[in-house]
Structure formats: structure tokens, C-alpha cells
Write a protein that binds this ligand. Structure first.
Ligand SMILES: CC(C)(COP(=O)(O)OP(=O)(O)OC[C@H]1O[C@@H](n2cnc3c(N)ncnc32)[C@H](O)[C@@H]1OP(=O)(O)O)[C@@H](O)C(=O)NCCC(=O)NCCS
Length: 155
């Protein structure tokens, strides 16, 4: 259950504090474990990520935002960016009991306004089920472009 005001942390590039497990006020709150659990509960694409992978993911992200209800992580989003032309939003998630209250909007707005994205020409994202959410925030589908993927071979 929510206990009040939600605090947003706008992380610097690479999110070093989050990688160390630190939350609001730089207190040790097991932030990386909480992030893995948030992904497990609220996403299908990011479920099962291990702490080492999460640390590398954060190190390679030029923007990241986390949302806290006290010491509980209730929202997260990140982005990669070249700082000039292209940026991509990734892994925007809100905890079940905080959905529908504007937190997703706050996370996306904070990412788009982050220093690494604020002056980029174009911001991309991929979504399976949440196109309506992003349309509310000004994103539009591009029928003229194909999404193409090369998966890392397993084994
Ligand atoms: C998608 C998600 C991040 C939205 O977060 P949220 O906090 O519930 O969204 P908000 O309350 O900020 O909603 C902002 C607006 O989008 C609308 N909206 C939210 N989810 C929507 C959806 N799935 N379809 C259409 N509109 C949606 C809201 O009604 C609101 O509209 P308004 O500004 O006109 O009132 C959240 O539902 C979630 O974590 N989903 C699971 C993970 C996921 O799919 N993430 C997207 C990955 S690409």
C-alpha cells in the first residue's frame, strides 16, 4: 500500500548510487534487489534479470529515474542516448498499487527532460501493450519504419 508522497530520483548517467543498492538519502535499501523484483512483477520482457546484468544495464544508461514510496521502489525507467540525435526509452514500470495515478507520466517526463535527452532530435521506444499510454504523452506510431531485431545466439 502507498504511504504518501512519491519521491522521484533523477539519476546521473550510469546511476552509480542505484548500482550500489542506495535509495532516497543515499540509504542502503537493497535497491538493486528491489529493481529486479519490480521487473519480475510488472514486466514480461525484463523478468529474471540478475544483479550483475542489472548493474551493467544501469552503467550503460545515460538517464535513469526511480520512484520511491518511503524506502520502497515503486517505479523505474531508463534511457540510452547519443546526446544529440537519437535516444531510446527502456524498461518503464510502475508497481501495481501505484498504477493509474500519474506516476508513469512523471517517469517518462523526467527521462525526456534528463540532460542526456533534453536536446536529442528524436526519442524512440518499443512497446507491446502500452501504446495508448505513450500516445497520451505525445509519442506517435511510425508505420513507415520496421522494428528489426538480432537476438544474441543462446548456448
Ligand atoms: C504503462 C505504465 C508504465 C503506465 O503507468 P501509470 O502510472 O499507470 O500511468 P499514468 O497514471 O501516468 O497514466 C498517464 C496517462 O496514460 C493513460 N494510460 C495509462 N496506461 C494506459 C494504457 N495501457 N493504455 C492507454 N492509456 C493508458 C492514463 O489514463 C493517463 O491518461 P490521462 O493523462 O489522460 O489521465 C504502467 O501501467 C506499467 O508499469 N505497466 C506495465 C509495464 C509496461 O507495460 N510498461 C511500458 C513498457 S514499454
Amino acid at each position: 500500500m502507498s504511504s504518501g508522497t512519491i519521491r522521484l530520483i533523477r539519476h546521473v548517467s550510469g546511476a552509480p548510487a542505484l548500482r550500489l543498492g542506495l535509495g532516497p538519502g543515499l540509504r542502503p535499501v537493497g535497491a538493486l534487489t528491489q529493481l529486479g523484483r519490480l521487473f519480475d512483477r510488472e514486466s514480461f520482457w525484463a523478468a529474471g534479470r540478475d544483479p550483475d546484468g542489472l548493474r551493467r544495464m544501469l552503467r550503460g544508461s545515460q538517464a535513469a529515474v526511480s520512484a520511491w514510496d518511503g524506502e520502497r521502489l515503486v517505479g523505474f525507467g531508463r534511457a540510452t542516448s547519443d546526446g544529440a540525435y537519437r535516444a531510446v526509452l527502456w524498461d518503464v514500470v510502475v508497481a501495481g498499487d501505484h498504477k493509474g495515478r500519474g506516476l508513469g507520466r512523471r517517469l517518462v517526463e523526467a527521462l525526456v527532460e534528463a540532460p542526456a535527452l533534453a536536446r536529442t532530435e528524436r526519442v524512440y521506444l518499443m512497446t507491446t501493450n502500452s501504446a495508448g499510454f505513450y500516445e497520451r504523452l505525445g509519442f506517435r506510431s511510425k508505420e513507415s519504419q520496421n522494428l528489426m531485431v538480432k537476438e544474441k545466439a543462446s548456448g
